[in-house]
Ligand binder design. Structure first.
Ligand code: PMP
Length: 476
């Protein structure tokens, strides 16, 4: 039985008492009541397939029974130790979490949010290297705290206050929207049909899929080199000779699942290390098996960072986060006290451990790979059918569908047109995220427990919404 809540009353409270800088999704935001695995239920009893997982946070499923029971048991026993006494949970969790990470990433700091984790990573990079400058990629979101706001490079989240001392951004190696390359450069099961923007015009026939690509051979060979040249340019022009570090996500999340050309991160890491800097992988969205082929996003690039930051999926919705680094880097912070009241509470640690167990027991990394690849290939059929679907990309269950006016110009589809497609999907029971500088990309990052039937349903709903869009466009 659903207790009925007056929607208007909730809206009034929101207007008067809740942060006005939060932006709700949809013309009429959902008033939610309950979640179960990949499903959400509103107060009118409507069921939605949640393809955005509370912004990529619900990793193993809403109210996953294993995680819920672990939390309930701990709630009745002990919540908090203020980090001045020992409790087995933090030791067991640190051991378990680091068993998923390669050497030398073995020392864990527990925090409460992704911004806090990235704050700490920046702090450590500066303390350890005795340098100050940190580089991030344009289009990145690494947090909303005053410190991390300097790394975040999405206008929507910036505010007119002094921020970003010692933070520089560098060109985003975006092979869809950027000037060089094509999707053959990136690590994804789907390829894009697109025209090359370079004047050479040599056609390239892709031999590893049945699609005929129209990227010219110059771009095929040189996209990564061109982006690395831009990276070097930033190193030579925007920062001193030695730097504190470089932070990047393995696949950009907020910006709409943007993937870089193969080898970009590998070469960028090398350049950063040559300048005395350390490399930070923000795994807030890409971690915990979401990319399918690997447990961590950085592994898909063949690199080992010096610091990884974890949040969101780490607690399946429970507010917790972590920084994992090397013994050496951790020692730089040990010279004085560094304290966090709530980080590593028994409650957070048992939840974190249960999430790791659920990922393993439910085979969620493998599921991400299988169901994610199936979803990518099915969505690619929509891309081939509809002119406005410019790009389908991603890996595992970290997927972006970029909407354009047409495939040649790749101009972002105007906001009101995307909004309508998105609202239609919601009305048919599918919740999708939005991202990109123009909010032009649908973000599909569901709880990792979804199955192929959910994919079929999603593709049918998107197909119907796109069909309706075409009819509206034709009637104009
Ligand atoms: N890094 C990335 C990649 C994120 O997507 C986010 C949140 N969107 C953050 C950091 C910040 O996390 P939080 O909101 O928990 O502070």
């Amino acid at each position: 039985k659903y207790k009925s809540y007056p929607y208007e009353h909730m809206q009034k409270i929101r207007e008067q008492n809740i942060s006005p800088s939060l932006r709700m999704y949809y013309k009429k935001p959902l008033l939610l009541h309950q979640g179960h695995m990949q499903w959400l239920f509103d107060y009118e009893g409507r069921r939605y397939l949640d393809l955005f997982a509370g912004i990529v946070t619900v990793s193993v499923g809403h109210c996953h029974p294993k995680v819920t029971v672990a939390a309930q048991k701990q709630l009745a026993r002990l919540w908090h130790t203020t980090n001045i006494y020992m409790h087995p949970s933090i030791h067991e969790y640190a051991e378990k979490l680091t068993s998923f990470l390669p050497d030398p990433l073995k020392v864990v700091y527990l925090t409460n949010s992704g911004s806090e984790a990235n704050d700490l990573a920046m702090f450590m990079a500066r303390l350890y290297t005795r340098n100050f400058d940190i580089i991030s990629l344009r289009g990145a979101y690494h947090g909303g705290s005053p410190y991390t706001l300097g790394l975040t490079s999405v206008g929507l989240y910036k505010h007119s206050v002094a921020n970003g001392f010692g933070c520089s951004t560098t060109m985003l190696p975006d092979v869809f929207r950027g000037p060089w390359g094509g999707s053959h450069c990136r690590d994804s099961p789907v390829q894009t049909v697109r025209k090359c923007s370079c004047s050479e015009g040599w056609l390239f026939t892709n031999t590893f899929s049945n699609l005929q690509l129209t990227d010219c051979i110059m771009c095929v060979c040189h996209a990564n080199d061109q982006y690395i040249e831009q990276f070097k340019d930033t190193l030579n022009t925007s920062v001193p000779k030695t730097i504190a570090g470089f932070i990047a996500e393995p696949i950009q999340g907020v910006n709409g699942a943007v993937q870089y050309p193969r080898n970009f991160l590998k070469e960028a890491y090398q350049l950063v290390r040559e300048r005395g800097g350390i490399c930070i992988s923000d795994e807030v969205q890409t971690g915990f098996g979401r990319t399918g082929s690997h447990f961590w996003g950085f592994e898909t690039h063949g690199v080992v960072p010096d610091i990884v930051t974890l949040a969101k999926g780490i607690g399946n919705g429970f507010p917790m986060a972590a920084v994992v680094t090397t013994k050496d880097i951790a020692s730089s912070l040990a010279q004085n006290l560094h304290f966090n009241t709530f980080g590593g509470s028994p409650l957070a640690c048992v939840v974190g451990a249960a999430v790791l167990d659920a990922i393993e027991e439910d085979g969620l990394q493998k599921n991400s790979e299988e169901v994610g690849t199936y979803m990518l290939l099915e969505l690619a059929k929509l891309r081939d059918k509809f002119e406005v679907v410019g790009d389908v990309r991603g890996k595992g269950l970290m997927i972006g569908v970029e909407m354009v006016t047409d495939k040649d110009s790749r101009h972002p589809l105007p906001g009101e047109e995307i909004n309508q497609i998105w609202e239609d999907c919601k009305d048919m029971g599918v919740l999708i995220g939005r991202g990109g500088l123009y909010s032009q990309t649908f973000r599909i990052k569901p709880p990792m427990c979804i199955n192929k039937k959910d994919v079929d349903f999603t593709v049918e709903v998107l197909n119907t919404a796109l069909q309706k869009h075409m009819e509206r466009a034709a009637a104009k």
